[in-house]
Design a binder for this molecule. Structure first.
Ligand SMILES: C[S@@+](CC[C@H](N)C(=O)[O-])C[C@H]1O[C@@H](n2cnc3c(N)ncnc32)[C@H](O)[C@@H]1O
Length: 291
């Protein structure tokens, strides 16, 4: 089954393909609709199987890179921070605990948002960390209302990047900073099998070169002040995903019942090759809204 023949939100959203549904050899890139991409992405990332494979945070570099991001933004106690596409909320909880900021996470995944809010309540942090359902391309916040914005491993998946960048610029206060960590890519050299909805959800198919991210932010009125390469973090994450696929297959983990491990590992191998060949990498960007 090609990634696109799996309906968004259906049983096989692409990242962990199901047995009996291999993609056709040399699957041709087909453009999914923006809504299909968003729904598929949100549903995929709230699956238990994904938590099992990715661990606590769903981006390369894990908590260390989130700390680096917080320091790069010079976050200070009491500031209001927005986490766009907050997923399980790990970034938000870390920034609240280690930088003393108040964080609002926005994500399209209803279950992910409910779980993250439940964690905030259980940890007595509901006043400091809260999450709501929303689209990065239509942020549910007032103009100039936050001191800083973070967005980890998600900008690459937004179908309308100029609108998402404009939304982040709109809600950021003058002088505020935006920090993005994301996949960077030479799209012209990406293997056809990764240019599918599965590749999109896995943060590869619509990732862009670093310069293009900077241009998108500049077009939204933000000034890029820093960029940093973290390619090894991406390579490490792919290795870790592959190791977990092997281990969970051997353990016959119930959460991964039905997953076609061979197809999943073929995709992982292609992604690893893309990093080795300099086609894909990971980067941190900081941008400022002029005061
Ligand atoms: C790779 S995960 C990253 C999650 C989190 N930022 C992290 O690093 O742990 C991508 C997240 O983006 C969310 N997402 C995708 N498209 C979105 C959109 N248009 N608006 C809000 N969230 C979106 C998904 O639901 C998913 O939680």
């Amino acid at each position: 089954m090609s990634a696109l023949s799996s309906p968004a939100g259906g049983p096989n959203p692409g990242l962990l393909p199901e047995a009996g549904s291999p993609p056709p050899p040399g699957a041709v890139a087909t453009e999914p609709s923006p809504d299909q991409v968003k729904l598929c992405c949100a549903r995929t990332y709230q699956r238990d199987a994904v938590a099992l494979i990715l661990g606590d945070s769903y981006h390369p570099g894990g908590l260390d890179l989130t700390r680096r991001l917080g320091r790069s933004l010079e976050l200070r106690t009491g500031q209001r921070v927005l986490d766009v596409a907050s997923g399980p909320g790990t970034t938000a909880f870390l920034l609240a605990a280690e930088f003393g900021v108040n964080v609002e996470g926005v994500d399209l995944g209803e279950e992910a948002v409910a779980k993250a809010n439940a964690r905030a309540a259980a940890e007595g942090l509901a006043e400091q960390v809260r999450f709501s359902v929303g689209d990065a391309e239509r942020l549910p916040l007032e103009d100039s209302s936050v001191d800083a914005i973070v967005c980890e491993c998600a900008f690459c998946t937004f179908p309308d990047k100029p609108t998402a960048a404009a939304e982040m610029a709109r809600v950021l206060r003058p002088g505020g900073r935006l920090g993005i960590t994301d996949v960077v890519l030479d799209p012209s050299r990406l293997h056809a099998e990764l240019q599918t909805l599965a590749g999109w959800v896995a943060c590869l198919a619509d990732a862009r070169p670093l310069d293009e991210y900077a241009e998108l932010l500049a077009a939204a009125g933000l000034r890029v002040t820093m960029t940093e390469s973290h390619d090894t973090a991406l390579a490490k994450m792919i290795d870790q995903i592959d190791a977990r696929l092997v281990a969970f297959r051997m353990a016959a983990a119930p959460a991964l019942a039905g997953v076609d491990f061979d197809v999943a590992r073929q995709r992982t191998a292609l992604a690893a090759e893309a990093v080795r060949d300099g086609i894909a990498g990971y980067a941190l960007l900081v941008a400022e809204k002029p005061a």
